[in-house]
Ligand binder design. Structure first.
Ligand SMILES: *Cc1c(COP(=O)(O)O)cnc(C)c1O
Length: 492
C-alpha cells in the first residue's frame, strides 16, 4: 500500500514514511492509493476482541510493518489504560446505540488514535532506520494536548512538549496537563492565545537552523496533529468493531445495514466511518452532525463549502471549526482521485474562503446526510435522553443524538451514534441541561463535577480521580518569544 498527496499523485510514500511525515510538503494530505476491501468475513471478525479486529483492519493500510511490529503497537495502545476490556463499548438507550469512545486515559475520543500513534511513530522510525529521537511539539486549546501527552508518556525514544494559552483552558483541562506523569513530557503555558501558541510551534518547525541544531543533539521533529494517517487508520477500527458487537449480540444479521451518526469538527472521525463503508462494512447512511458552526451541513446539502461566516463558541468546543481539514481527503475521493482538481479547490478555499463542487462530485456525497443542532436543541437532547432512560451523554454526543433524531427516516436500520466524550469532561453544561433551574455561575469546574455526580449517581471516572490532589509537575509559564529557548532547554 502506498500513499499519495491529495495535491500531487506523483508523491508516493509507504505507510510508515507517511506516518513519520504527517503532512505532505505541498500542503496536501496523504491518502491510500486505493481503499482496501476487508478480506475477512464479518462473522469471523465478530468473534475477535478489539485488538484482533484492530490488527485485521490496520494491516490493510500499514503493510510495511511486520505482523509482530503492528501487533506490538496495538497491544501497547489498547490495554489497561482503558477502563474496559471492550475499549469501545456500545450502550443501547432510547432506540439508538451509543458507541462510547471515551474509555481511554483522557476520557475523550482522541485517545482512540493518540494512544497508538506514538507506537506507530517509533515503529516507523525503526523501519526507516532513523536513529534520532522523535520530538513532538503541540499547540493546544485544551483537549488534544492532554491526549497527546498521555499517548507519548514514557514511550521510549520520544519527547513531547505542549504549549497552551495561559488562562485560556478550563480548570480541568489545565490540571490534566500539568499533572501528567512521564519523564519525557512537558506542558508550558504561554502568555497569548491559542493562535499564538500555534504560530510559535509552526515557526519552530520551519526554522532550518534550529532543526540542524537539534539534529546535532540526536532529535528530529514530528507532528501528532489530526491529519496524520497514523491517527485516521486506527479510527476505522471501532466502526467495524461496533458492527461486530451488534452481530455477536444478535442485534443484526451479517450483511444487514446500519446508520452511523458522528459529531463532526475536523472531519476525521466521520471520514474513518466512510472508509469503513468503502471497505465493505454494511452502512446505509453516514450522518454528519454539526453544531451552530454548520459549514458542513451546508456543504452536504448545497455542494458549496463557505467558511466566510460567523464563528460561534458553543458548548461543544471540539466541533467549533470552520475549516475541516480532513474534508480534503473526501474531496479527493469523490473527484476520482484527481489531484489537480483537489489542489484547485483547496487553493480557492484559502484564497476566496469558498469553493463549489460539480454535479458529478455531488453524486459522491450520497453516502452522507447532514444536519446541525442549535445550543438549545443540544441541551434539550441531554435532558430528554436522561429523563427517558437515565443515560447521561456529553454535549458533543448530544449534538449527534439530536441530529440523528432530526434527519428523519433513514430506513429501518439500527443507528450507531459516536459518543465522543465522557459527560464528566463537560460537567457544567450537562448539569445546566439536567438541572436548568439552579444557577451554578460561581461554582468552579470541580464542584460542577461533584454536582453531576450527586444529580445522576454516576461514578467519577479514573481520569477525574487522578487529577484531584495530584502533584503539579509542569508549572512553566513563558512569553511567546521564549518558546524556542524553552524547547532547547527541554531537549538539553
Ligand atoms: C475532536 C472531537 C470531535 C470532532 O472530531 P473530528 O474528528 O475533528 O470531526 C468531536 N467530539 C469530541 C469530544 C472531540 O474531542
Amino acid at each position: 500500500m502506498y500513499y499519495n498527496s491529495t495535491r500531487n499523485k506523483s508523491i508516493r510514500l509507504t505507510a510508515t514514511e507517511a506516518i513519520l511525515k504527517g503532512l505532505s510538503d505541498d500542503g496536501g494530505l496523504f491518502v491510500p492509493e486505493y481503499i482496501p476491501k476487508m478480506d475477512i468475513d464479518l462473522k469471523t471478525l465478530s468473534e475477535m476482541d478489539y485488538r484482533q479486529v484492530a490488527y485485521e483492519i490496520m494491516r490493510l493500510y500499514i503493510d510495511d510493518l511486520s505482523k509482530e511490529e503492528l501487533m506490538n503497537c496495538i497491544e501497547n495502545a489498547y490495554g489497561e489504560n482503558f477502563d474496559t476490556p471492550e475499549m469501545a463499548p456500545l450502550t443501547y438507550a432510547d432506540g439508538s446505540y451509543y458507541l462510547e469512545l471515551f474509555h481511554g486515559p483522557t476520557i475523550a475520543f482522541k485517545d482512540m488514535a493518540l494512544q497508538i500513534l506514538p507506537h506507530l511513530m517509533t515503529a516507523s522510525a525503526r523501519k526507516n532506520r532513523i536513529d534520532k529521537k522523535i520530538v513532538i511539539l503541540t499547540a493546544t486549546s485544551g483537549d488534544t494536548g492532554k491526549a497527546a501527552m498521555a499517548g507519548f508518556a514514557d514511550v521510549p525514544d520520544t519527547k513531547i512538549m505542549v504549549f497552551y494559552p495561559h488562562g485560556g483552558v478550563s480548570d480541568v483541562q489545565r490540571l490534566q496537563m500539568v499533572t501528567q506523569k512521564g519523564n519525557n513530557v512537558s506542558a508550558v503555558s504561554v502568555d497569548g492565545n491559542f493562535d499564538d501558541c500555534q504560530s510559535g510551534v509552526k515557526a519552530i518547525f520551519a526554522d532550518a537552523d534550529f532543526k540542524k541544531e537539534i539534529d546535532g543533539m540526536g532529535y528530529q521533529f514530528s507532528s501528532a496533529n489530526s491529519i496524520n494517517i497514523g491517527r485516521l487508520v486506527p479510527q476505522i477500527v471501532y466502526y467495524v468493531y461496533a458492527y461486530c458487537t451488534l452481530l455477536r449480540n444478535e442485534k443484526i444479521s451479517a450483511g444487514e445495514e446500519i446508520n452511523i451518526c458522528v459529531p463532526t469538527g475536523n472531519f476525521g472521525n466521520i471520514l474513518a466511518a466512510y472508509l469503513a463503508k468503502k471497505m465493505g462494512l454494511p452502512v446505509n447512511k453516514l450522518v454528519c452532525a454539526s453544531n451552530m458552526n454548520n459549514v458542513l451541513t451546508d456543504f452536504f446539502t448545497e455542494g458549496r463549502y463557505d467558511r466566510l461566516r460567523d464563528f460561534h463558541l458553543t458548548m461543544s468546543p471540539s466541533m467549533d471549526i470552520l475549516i475541516s481539514s480532513n474534508l480534503e481527503r473526501l474531496i479527493y475521493f469523490i473527484c476520482g482521485n484527481d489531484d489537480k482538481r483537489t489542489g484547485e479547490l483547496m487553493k480557492a478555499l484559502s484564497k476566496d474562503g469558498a469553493y463549489a463542487i460539480d454535479d458529478k462530485m455531488k453524486e459522491g456525497l450520497s453516502d452522507f446526510t447532514a444536519e446541525y443542532a442549535t445550543e438549545e436543541e443540544t441541551l434539550k437532547e441531554i435532558k430528554r435522553v436522561y429523563d427517558d432512560t437515565g443515560y447521561v451523554i456529553d454535549t458533543h454526543t448530544a449534538v449527534a443524538s439530536a441530529v440523528a433524531r432530526k434527519v428523519g427516516d433513514l430506513g429501518d436500520h439500527p443507528m450507531i451514534i459516536a459518543s465522543t466524550a465522557s459527560p464528566f469532561k463537560f460537567a457544567r453544561s450537562i448539569v445546566l441541561a439536567i438541572d436548568p433551574k439552579t444557577d451554578h455561575k460561581d461554582q468552579d469546574d470541580m464542584s460542577m463535577i461533584d454536582e453531576l455526580k450527586s444529580l445522576t449517581g454516576l461514578e467519577e471516572p479514573m481520569a477525574i480521580k487522578e487529577v484531584r490532589g495530584a502533584d503539579i509537575r509542569h508549572n512553566g509559564h513563558i512569553k511567546i518569544n521564549e518558546m524556542k529557548e524553552t524547547v532547547r532547554n527541554f531537549l538539553r
